[in-house]
Design a protein around this ligand. Structure first.
Ligand code: SF4
Length: 339
């Protein structure tokens, strides 16, 4: 692939984006790096339509600046994230905000979402500074650099990954190989439009199944177009294991239930009840069963109610109405419906 053919591809891609790109997405109409950061984190594991319809605007309304996000309680951040799943994204976003405002991390970044948000950080240090924040990997750092600061770096989310694998006919590409190809094709003069266009080509044309090669701006250079669905090769999916537990709802004499926030990487900060791998305690009463599918396991749990005999005072006891306002995962939501 020589320089001329890449330049011709850029022209076709920009024309295609002008005619078909999703230019109405709100995070494409802001130069506020904080808003772009929030959108990038939300979009990591969630479809554009869901983020757009239910989460992006309410989150920014509740936490309009990085400083306001940093000052918020974790419970409130998780509540605003409720339903989006992958809650580590929210706790990392919160931690990153606190890190930025407290440590004067990098010129410009600390003012995100405020009047000085357009202050340009040092281009050399921008990406290393972003990568040092919790929850920011190379793709997110590049997306913020390219979309907020027009830095000449490529993004590579799932759609772009697929487009690159097909253009270069890569069955099992390694990460460095994909990043090399991404940087090779990048239009360094127009990194904003180029990257948005590549994501849109992946989402709208070079779809996972039945790609529309006849409408694709990469058609003439694409090495994988005769058998697009072979690239990248499908990974064999293992059935996630089933984890069986007893979940005990301890209730005190005042009718309050015991719940604590998780302190684990998985569902960190979300409230949960007492979980046991052993058979249910003798004095408990069964309320029902729940089943919850997570990305890496399926939870099957017997839900048990048990009257607390001692140690039933303190800050971790909540009424049912209070529990319903706490940030909880889908499994706990199902449990609360049994009460
Ligand atoms: S020509 Fe087909 S396979 Fe190649 S990038 Fe375009 S849509 Fe994908």
């Amino acid at each position: 692939m020589n320089k001329k053919s890449i330049q011709a591809f850029h022209r076709r891609l920009h024309r295609w984006y002008g005619a078909h790109g999703r230019k109405d997405l709100p995070w494409r109409h802001t130069a506020d790096p904080y808003a772009i950061y929030v959108s990038e984190i939300m979009l990591q594991q969630t479809q554009v339509a869901t983020v757009l319809e239910r989460y992006y605007f309410p989150f920014l309304k509740r936490f309009p600046t990085l400083a306001k996000l940093a000052a918020a309680r974790q419970d409130n951040v998780l509540a605003a994230w409720h339903g989006l799943g992958y809650y580590n994204r929210a706790t990392n976003l919160h931690k990153a905000a606190q890190k930025i405002v407290s440590r004067d991390l990098a010129l410009g970044i600390r003012h995100w979402g405020e009047e000085m948000s357009t202050l340009m950080p040092n281009a050399q240090s921008l990406i290393p500074n972003l990568l040092a924040l919790p929850g920011i990997g190379r793709n997110t750092a590049h997306a913020i650099a390219a979309f907020a600061y027009r830095q000449p770096v490529a993004v590579m989310e799932a759609n772009v990954r697929r487009v690159l694998s097909r253009i270069f006919a890569l069955e099992t590409p390694s990460e460095p190989e994909l990043w090399d190809k991404a940087q090779l094709l990048l239009d360094k003069a127009e990194p904003f439009d180029y990257n948005q266009a590549m994501m849109d080509v992946g989402a709208l044309v070079c779809r996972k199944r039945a790609p529309l090669c006849g409408q694709c701006p990469a058609n003439s250079m694409c090495k994988g177009k005769t058998s697009p669905e072979s690239y990248p090769a499908l990974k064999s999916k293992k059935t996630p294991p089933v984890r069986r537990k007893s979940i005990v709802l301890l209730r005190n004499a005042e009718g309050k239930y015991y719940a604590t926030p998780r302190k684990s990487r998985f569902l960190n900060g979300l409230y949960h009840f007492v979980e046991m791998d052993t058979p249910p305690p003798l004095k408990s009463k069964e309320l029902g069963h729940i089943r919850q599918q997570y990305s890496h396991f399926t939870l099957e749990a017997a839900i048990l109610l048990m009257e607390a005999e001692h140690g039933n005072k303190g800050k971790n006891w909540y009424t049912l109405a209070q529990l319903k306002k706490l940030p909880v995962s889908m499994a706990e939501k199902k449990i609360l419906e049994l009460l």
